[in-house]
Write a protein that binds this ligand. Structure first.
Ligand code: SF4
Ligand code: SF4
Ligand code: FES
Length: 320
């Protein structure tokens, strides 16, 4: 069998990991195309979406794209609908997932498209714990940027501000804090974890109002999941839902006792057990699959070390 044929037969990695991972279909155009955006013609490469065309032009209207990442094969999910534009042929469409086809004409400033973007941004905000002053992503948050650009003063549907309804903060991991009250379900983290890092830790779980970020291992907390603490999910998260530990309060207003954690009011705390950046479960799986690599890995604690004292001897940064 040729290697090319073998490649064709191989299932996508995501199918081997678990349900809930992303396997987005290709959404871009099949050929190079010239599209007119707000009267300005722009030529984009094969595979481009209308969002690529919009971003190539200095448009009058700001077009957010909260659930689109457009790098590393992540997204788009067509989830947030904050990127709506008007096309001559098909009316209002999400720019992030509509192929750019030759001859298309797009308006970002059409009244109906601007209205759709406004309403959809307010819908995202309505389910969001909008406490920017205690948020680790304050000042580097795409939702905050979009709200400022769209001049949102009072979201028409309100914001999630009922502390009784807040999900507890998952503060159990030494590396990443999860605040699901700020998740916009963009799925970027799930794709980064499964499709880019190929770790298979995160997934979307539940449905409807109960949809949330969860773990493929059915773990309840980040600490108990198979997370290897690579941090890729926090890097791609557009909001303060996944934040690197150590800087979770870095952008909080400097008032004593004013923190991200007490903003939410309830948190699941770490068990206190010391762990390395690779959880024992993941490490053991790797060792079973490749004993030679495990044996030759410098600074890896032996199975006995782990059984008796966990990661007590771990020196940060030495484990791959
Ligand atoms: S994630 Fe944080 S900074 Fe971003 S809008 Fe929400 S509260 Fe504000
Ligand atoms: S945790 Fe962040 S990256 Fe993941 S779905 Fe929620 S907002 Fe998106
Ligand atoms: S960015 Fe297009 S639907 Fe979210």
């Amino acid at each position: 069998m040729s290697s090319e044929h073998a490649h064709e037969d191989a299932p996508p990695l995501t199918e081997e990991i678990a349900p809930g991972t992303a396997a987005d279909p290709a959404v871009g155009g099949t050929e190079r195309a010239t599209v007119t955006v707000d009267g300005t013609p722009v030529t984009v490469e094969a595979g481009a979406t209308l969002l690529d065309a919009v971003e190539a032009v200095d448009t009058d209207e700001y077009v957010p794209a909260l659930c689109s990442y457009d790098r590393q094969e992540i997204g788009p999910r067509s989830e947030c609908r904050t990127c709506m534009v008007e096309t001559e042929a098909e009316g209002i469409v999400p720019a992030c997932s509509h192929p750019a086809e030759d001859g298309m004409s797009v308006s970002t400033d059409a009244e109906a498209a601007a209205q759709a973007r406004d309403v959809n941004l307010d819908l995202v905000l309505s389910n969001h714990n909008l406490r920017c002053t205690t948020c680790g992503k304050n000042g580097r948050c795409e939702l905050q940027d979009a709200s400022i650009e769209q001049e949102v003063e009072e979201p028409r549907y309100g914001v999630l501000d009922e502390r009784d309804e807040y999900e507890p903060l998952d503060d159990t991991s030494s590396f990443i804090q999860i605040d699901r009250n700020k998740c916009i379900l963009c799925n970027r983290c799930v794709e980064a974890c499964n499709d880019v890092q190929v770790e298979g830790v995160l997934r979307m779980e539940g449905s409807g109002q109960d949809t949330r970020i969860g773990f493929q291992s059915d773990a309840e907390t980040m600490e108990d999941s198979t997370c290897v603490s690579c941090g890729h999910c926090a890097t791609v998260c557009p909001t303060g839902s996944l934040v690197e530990k150590g800087i979770e309060d870095a952008t909080t207003i400097p008032i004593p006792g004013f923190t991200q954690k007490n903003s939410v009011g309830k948190a699941i705390e770490s068990s206190g057990e010391t762990k390395g950046p690779m959880t024992p479960k993941k490490r053991d799986t790797d060792r079973r699959e490749d004993p030679d690599a495990a044996a030759s890995t410098p600074n890896a604690p032996s199975a006995d070390d782990v059984a008796t004292d966990g990661w007590a001897g771990f020196e940060g940064g030495e484990w791959p």
